[in-house]
Design a protein around this ligand. Structure first.
Ligand code: PGA
Length: 255
């Protein structure tokens, strides 16, 4: 079973729509056809830049795919300030991050909310990127597998196996996000191997198709070591995705 590499840039709350246009254009200049054959390349700009980035991607025929960082689980209604799955799908968004640690820890999203969002993304025909990860205290208390296992189960419970096969999961230890402190290749591979076996326990061979990424202080210097691990299928990149040069070198990790 071969899983295509998957590298996504999570721009978080950075870039106006004008800056975003420049970022995606620069990224487009730096990547070649063969790169996209090998890697699914995704950028997740803020909501206010999605339309602009989509326009550049279409006008320049860039094989860069569009992702969103968050979504509401309802399709429409009195939810001031929220964005629905249908609104994103109409903009050409293919992927939506659900359960990012900043959503869980800064905005208080629990497993049940994340699960509702994941299902709403699927219902709108997009692919969820389900993010899971333990805090430093949880790791030090030897609770990593309990925490990420629980987050994974809550997200995937009751889904069809073919749906699970198409999902993207991101293991992002909270202590490694934005800290410059990457998990070692072994720590990342161990947690991701655990997640894959956990998927296998409920969904069988679908586990061999689900792409599982690592995220947390990924940069051009550490990506190749992570990608050399059999179970690591790609990366969810925050800070280093804001610079098109560094993001392009991450995408071209084998160069
Ligand atoms: P980072 O963020 O690469 O800046 O650590 C990763 C993420 O939050 O997805």
């Amino acid at each position: 079973m071969t899983r295509k590499d998957f590298i996504a840039g999570n721009w978080k709350m950075h870039a106006t729509h004008l800056e975003a246009i420049q970022m995606v254009q620069k990224l487009g200049y730096r990547l070649e056809e063969a790169d996209y054959d090998r890697v699914d390349v995704v950028v997740c700009p803020p909501f206010t830049a999605l339309r602009s980035v989509q326009t550049v991607i279409e006008a320049d025929y860039l094989p860069i795919q569009l992702g969103a960082q968050n979504v509401h689980f309802e399709e429409k209604g009195a939810y001031t300030g929220e964005i629905s799955p249908g609104m994103l799908a109409k903009l050409g968004v293919g992927y939506v991050i659900v359960g990012h640690s900043e959503r869980r820890h800064v905005f208080g999203e629990d497993d049940a909310t994340v699960a509702k969002k994941l299902r709403a993304v699927l219902a709108a025909g997009m692919t969820p990127i389900l993010a899971v990860g333990e805090t430093l205290e949880e790791r030090e208390a030897d609770a990593t597998e309990d925490v990420i296992g629980r987050q994974l189960d809550a997200g995937l419970r009751g889904l069809d196996t073919d749906v699970v096969a198409g999902l993207v999961v991101a293991y992002e230890p909270v202590w490694a996000i934005g800290t410059g402190r990457t998990a070692t290749n072994e720590q990342a591979a161990e947690a991701i191997g655990f997640l894959r076996e956990r998927i296998r326990a409920s969904f069988g061979d679908a586990a061999d198709a689900t792409r599982i990424l690592y995220g947390g202080s990924v940069n051009p210097g550490n990506i190749a070591g992570l990608m050399a691990k059999r179970d690591i299928d790609g990366a969810l990149v925050g800070g280093a995705s804001l610079d098109p040069d560094s993001f392009a070198s991450i995408v071209r990790y084998w160069v």
